[in-house]
Design a protein around this ligand. Sequence first.
Ligand SMILES: Cc1ncc(COP(=O)(O)O)c(C=O)c1O
Length: 380
Amino acid sequence: MIYLDHAATTPCRPEVAEAMLPYLTEHFGNPSSVHAIGQEARRALDASRDRVAALIGAKAEEIVFTGSGTEADNLAIIGTFLQQRGRKNHLVTAATEHHAVLHTGEWLHGWGAAEVTVLPVDAAGRVDPEDVRRAIRPETFLVSIMAANNEIGSVNPVREIGAVCREAGVPFHTDAVQWAGALPLNVDDLNVDLLVLTAHKCYGPKGIGVLYARRGTRFQPVTHGGGQERGRRPGTESVAGAVALAKALELAVAEQPQARPRITALRDRLVRSVLERIPSSFLNGVELGPDRLPNNANLSFPGAESDMLVLNMDLEGIACSSGSACTAGAIEPSHVVQALGLPHERLISALRLSLGRATTEADVDIAVDALERIVTRLRR
Ligand SMILES: Cc1ncc(COP(=O)(O)O)c(C=O)c1O
């Protein structure tokens, strides 16, 4: 099987699994316990927090471990909303956000708690910082704009959007789930107040995420119970998960200088071969270059439908996706490609191929050959 769906999830690296294993078995303690076994777990948790903080240019107390990227996005949005409740009720976000953000905004709106401005994106899928500036009102409690898109790979001008928010005195949240590990990440460079990442998109396990919250950025917890994570995310911490996340991120950051050009070249080879060999094929989103995630290719093949493309690729031993994993299987084209304003036939024929560490030139060539055959067959 050739796996070209790394935007959905990545395999846990053996080094990462090895690092976390002792915290599932012999060092199984609860980090809140006072005895030595508990304290051993506490030390591992604290050390992981320090490592994650150092890797993204944050301080340890600014790192909140969560159960997923989705949970961290919810905590950022609902938590800031609750903090400002009765004073501010307006959220600014964008049309291509992950459902972890969009559905949270809709939920707040649905029970009359918040007003939500959903900004459009340009034809490349990027948000204009000037649109953010115009959307901010005195009652805006948060701007939530993702760092990089999971379906089309468009990288937003996060730093510029952050500067606009800072000028307006509004907290800025960015979902950096797809960015983390793939591109250099420093919370000060990006001008962010709240940032989310998740381990399973950078070769760690599923079920562990991080909410970075800049000192002074206040939010309420959304779950209640113990005082873990300084009361910001009650619930016994996943020590093994935190150890794994720190290890996965550390490896990704260390290897990025070599990994990024390699994967970019492979992706470019894939896109260029497809566009050259398959007539009427199109690249969706931003052009190849620095404004696109290095591993992302999202292509349309009018005349062949997304779901049939995915199914037939699967039959040929190649795993890819018609959109985000959460919307796959839905009849509607994904909300992300819809936001690009493409003609209908391009919306319903979009295919996402996302490369990874193990992808080889041979994999890419096999995938292109298969695509050419499948598209030709489906169009007949
Ligand atoms: C951009 C983005 N945000 C959030 C998430 C959710 O992360 P998790 O799967 O850890 O809940 C994903 C994963 O699909 C994603 O791609």
